[in-house]
Ligand binder design. Structure first.
Ligand code: ZN
Ligand code: ZN
Length: 99
C-alpha cells in the first residue's frame, strides 16, 4: 500500500500493491455473485481495514483502479504518478518525461 495521487479521484489515495490488489479483485468479483445489498461490504471492509482510508459504500468501483502497477512512476517535477507506465508526459503538470 502506498499513498499516491489518483487522477480519477483527484486526490491522494492509498494504492494497493499487486498482492493486496489481487485479494481486492477477488472480493470485487465475489460481490457480483451475491445479490444482497451489502454484497460489496467484504471488499470495502478489506480495503478500509488495510488502508485505514474510508471509501464510501457506493464507491467500491474506485478500488479497482487503485493499483500501484496501473500507474507509471512518479513525475520528476510534481511527484504525481504518470497515468500509465508508457505515458510520455505528466498530465498533472505537463512535464515531459525523460525516458
Ligand atoms: Zn481513484
Ligand atoms: Zn508532473
Amino acid at each position: 500500500m502506498k499513498l499516491l495521487w489518483c487522477w480519477r479521484c483527484k486526490m491522494d489515495v492509498p494504492m494497493l500493491d499487486d498482492v493486496e490488489f489481487a485479494r481486492a479483485k477477488e472480493l470485487y468479483s465475489l460481490g457480483f455473485k451475491i445479490t444482497t445489498p451489502d454484497r460489496f461490504k467484504p471488499l470495502l471492509d478489506y480495503h478500509n481495514n488495510l488502508t485505514g482510508f474510508h471509501i464510501a459504500d457506493d464507491e467500491y468501483n474506485a478500488i479497482m483502479h487503485h493499483q500501484i502497477s496501473q500507474y507509471g512512476p512518479e513525475c520528476e517535477n510534481c511527484g504525481k504518478p504518470y497515468r500509465t507506465s508508457l505515458a510520455s508526459f505528466c498530465a498533472a503538470c505537463g512535464n515531459k518525461r525523460t525516458m
